[in-house]
Design a protein around this ligand. Structure first.
Ligand code: SAM
Length: 266
């Protein structure tokens, strides 16, 4: 939905004398330098990673497990002959394989996914990580149109549907009914607006076990809109600014991956 906020008319520029302008310039320079100061180390403004508000430096440290890979053909990424259309997933595999290796096959592994579409990500998880008979996945999506049928057909083909709880609905509502401290891995790939992503992040934080991974898709995605509230990035910068002390940063790139620390209060 397009917002109608703002009239599009610019306010008239105030008149100012030369010394007032010089003072304002110095203040702006001071704020820029102060804003780039992190952990006692000054980062030159030109080198500071830009925040997705486009006004502030990113609060996230530069930690990377690698870059996006190529999109993979079905047979290169899956054992099942699933029917998929768009591929928003397989280019993440080089990073996912590194981040998730320690969890592969773990007994009773618990996975939560927001935003399922035709099931590319959860089916890859079922084939590669949720391999223990006691492993379980919970997935949430409103599944508009015939999406649910397409996903369920793929899920049946995997032969692992008994491991998956499918919730039809919006994550901002449905996450509230999930058990606290119960998931090892959560993947947030539903609504991409900054407010929804921030709400998903806040709601999912307490659903993770200590040491649990929280993966966000599209941290660096910029949609056609130039309004920051339409991008996931500002929501995640806000989340990390306020909740960062509860997490270790695993990866910052096209996606964002955080690990819940064991030593912070519930
Ligand atoms: C990019 S697709 C997910 C792709 C999937 N993870 C994959 O790897 O193929 C986004 C999905 O989020 C769902 N979605 C949108 N808003 C949502 C919300 N508020 N709660 C849960 N799911 C939502 C859409 O229905 C859509 O299926």
């Amino acid at each position: 939905m397009e917002s109608t906020a703002g009239t599009g008319r610019a306010a008239p520029a105030p008149r100012a004398s030369g010394h007032i302008m010089a003072g304002l310039g110095a203040l702006v320079a001071l704020l820029l330098v102060a804003g780039c100061e992190r952990g006692g180390q000054a980062v030159p403004p030109a080198a500071a990673p830009r925040g997705f508000s486009a006004l502030t430096p990113s609060p996230l440290p530069r930690v990377s497990l690698g870059v996006l890979g190529p999109e993979l053909a079905l047979a290169a990424a899956y054992r099942g002959a699933y029917e998929f259309s768009s591929d928003w997933f397989t280019s993440n595999l080089p990073v996912w394989q590194r981040a998730l290796a320690p969890y592969a096959g773990r007994r009773g592994l618990r996975y939560l996914e927001v935003g399922v579409f035709e099931g590319r990500s959860v089916l890859w998880m079922l084939e590669n990580l949720l391999t223990d008979p006691g492993a379980r996945a919970t997935v949430i999506d409103p599944f508009e149109g015939d999406l649910k049928d397409r996903f369920l057909a793929n899920l049946r083909m995997s032969g692992q549907e008994r491991k998956v709880t499918v919730i039809v609905g919006y994550s901002q509502i449905e996450l509230r009914g999930q058990p606290l401290g119960s998931y090892d891995i959560a993947y947030i790939d539903g609504s991409h607006s900054a407010d929804d992503v921030l709400e998903d992040a806040v709601l999912t934080f307490r659903l993770l076990k200590p040491g649990g991974l929280l993966i966000f898709d599209d941290y660096a995605w910029r949609p056609g809109s130039d309004r920051v509230e339409d991008w996931p990035g500002p929501g995640l910068d806000a989340f990390y600014t306020l909740y960062g002390r509860h997490f270790d940063v695993v990866h910052v790139g096209y996606q964002l991956i955080l690990r819940r620390r064991s030593d912070t209060p519930r």
